[in-house]
Ligand binder design. Structure first.
Ligand code: LLP
Length: 421
């Protein structure tokens, strides 16, 4: 459920008409609903009630300071994957002891920064990284709390570009080698083994892969404990999918996911961390764009929007589907017509949808891309020198621009011409 609904034939974000935001901010823009963000965060938090837990929002999915502060104020921790994300989380007021650091390529500088700041834990993904962290920690006279990310070799049954827990993926340590890697961790100075980490992929629409992975984590916990390691924390990653179309079968709910966690690892007495991103932010954001032209091609009609692949990359990059709806609701039963919906960028890949059935639309009309709150704004770029589009946060009947659209000057000023030119 989200808070982007039609009222009297017009699309609203909570109590704010989308058209009113567009009039003030211009198009295209991202718009987020505070109530939806909080609702989705709380679904996870409630699903784990009764277990010691921390929901660490995967801020790679949406990392605006305002979104982070909203979630952090509600009690969320953060899952970060770069020094930049760490800095963003801290700047939004998230304490270090609520931040976990994931990712296969943490640099020594990033380790130093997070470690001196008092980070909650590093999820270590390889032996070379483990050696590096040990060296950084000892040079600072500090101890780094770590989990090891294991690769359970489970098929997440999702898009190949976002599957991470199968043999052959670049992530984690093969579970078959986990015991020797934990032995190495225990032998290195400056590291304190506290738990196990796993993340098998994103946009999972079934629970079975989670079940298989978490069962393996449970078995490994017992083995590692028998080997003498102290395992008190399990980071179970993110990945629960969202419905991208209303007609699609809905993916499992956080309550079912929470029950699965309790069933598979609840008996181990560990503190549980999860790292959901998409389910919290995905349906909490839309991208609003304006129709520039309707163009008739030889065998098809094009809807040319002012938003493009640089603003919302997912369709071009993964062939991802986003519902595209008119901001003024179509009359029920009205005739629909197929369009290729495209942006102005000079590539044929700048196509949001092919043959998409749309109600009558005209130049100047506003359309909204649903489910764009996750991996939307964060993956955007200024390709074709198209300014990063603004982000707007709505709460009840108020809205605020939480990232302003840069001017052309702002963009150009970032470049420097060397003295010899
Ligand atoms: N934890 C780790 C270690 C991750 O790598 C990810 C996502 C998450 C948590 C959050 O997963 P989520 O709950 O959001 O599924 N750009 C792609 C998605 C990439 C996901 C990368 N890792 C997309 O637009 O679909």
């Amino acid at each position: 459920m989200d808070h982007f609904l039609y009222r009297d034939g017009e699309l609203y974000a909570e109590d704010v008409p989308i058209a009113a935001i567009a009039a003030q901010v211009g198009t295209p823009f991202y718009c987020y609903s505070s109530a939806t963000l909080l609702r989705h965060y709380r679904l996870f938090d409630d699903a784990l009630e009764g277990t010691d837990h921390l929901v660490c929002f995967a801020m790679k999915s949406a990392s605006n300071q305002a979104i982070l502060k909203l979630l952090a104020d509600a009690g969320a921790g953060m899952d970060v994957v770069s020094g930049g994300e760490y800095a963003r989380a801290r700047a939004a007021g998230v304490p270090g002891d609520r931040i976990v650091f994931s990712g296969v390529g943490k640099t020594r500088d990033e380790m130093r920064m997070a470690l001196t700041d008092g980070i909650r834990q590093f999820n270590v993904e390889s032996e070379p990284e483990m050696h590096a962290l040990s060296e950084v920690a000892t040079s600072l006279g500090l101890t780094a709390p770590i989990t090891v990310r294991i690769n359970p070799d489970v098929d997440a049954k999702t898009h190949e570009k976002i599957s991470t827990g199968k043999k052959g993926d670049k992530f984690g340590i093969p579970i078959s080698r986990a015991r020797e890697v934990y032995a190495l961790a225990a032998s290195l100075p400056g590291l304190q083994v506290i738990g196990i980490d796993v993340h098998i992929g994103s946009q999972l629409t079934e629970l079975e892969p989670f079940e298989l992975a978490y069962q393996k984590v449970a078995e490994l916990t017992e083995q590692l404990r028998a080997d003498g390691h102290t395992i008190t924390r399990l980071d179970l990653g993110g990945g629960l999918g969202i419905p991208y179309t209303r007609s699609n079968q809905a993916p499992p709910l956080p309550t079912e996911y929470g029950a699965l966690i309790k069933r598979t690892v609840g008996h181990l007495g560990c503190e549980i961390e999860i790292e959901p991103g998409r389910l919290i932010s995905g349906n909490a954001g839309i991208m609003v764009s304006k129709v520039i032209y309707l163009k008739s091609g030889e065998d098809r009609d094009f809807l040319i929007l002012d938003g493009a692949m640089n603003d919302l990359t997912r369709p071009a990059m993964y062939g991802a589907y986003h519902d595209i709806i008119p901001v003024i609701e179509a009359e029920p039963g009205v005739d629909q017509q197929p369009f290729d919906i495209v942006g102005p960028v000079c590539e044929s890949g700048d196509t949001f949808a092919k043959g998409r059935m749309m109600p009558p639309v005209a130049a100047g009309d506003l359309v909204a891309f649903r489910s764009a709150g996750a991996y939307g704004a964060v993956m955007s770029s200024e390709y074709n020198t198209r300014p990063l589009i603004p982000e707007v946060l709505v709460q009840d009947d108020q809205f605020a621009v939480i990232r302003a659209r840069p001017t052309f000057d702002d963009i150009i000023k970032r470049d420097t011409i060397p003295p010899w030119l």
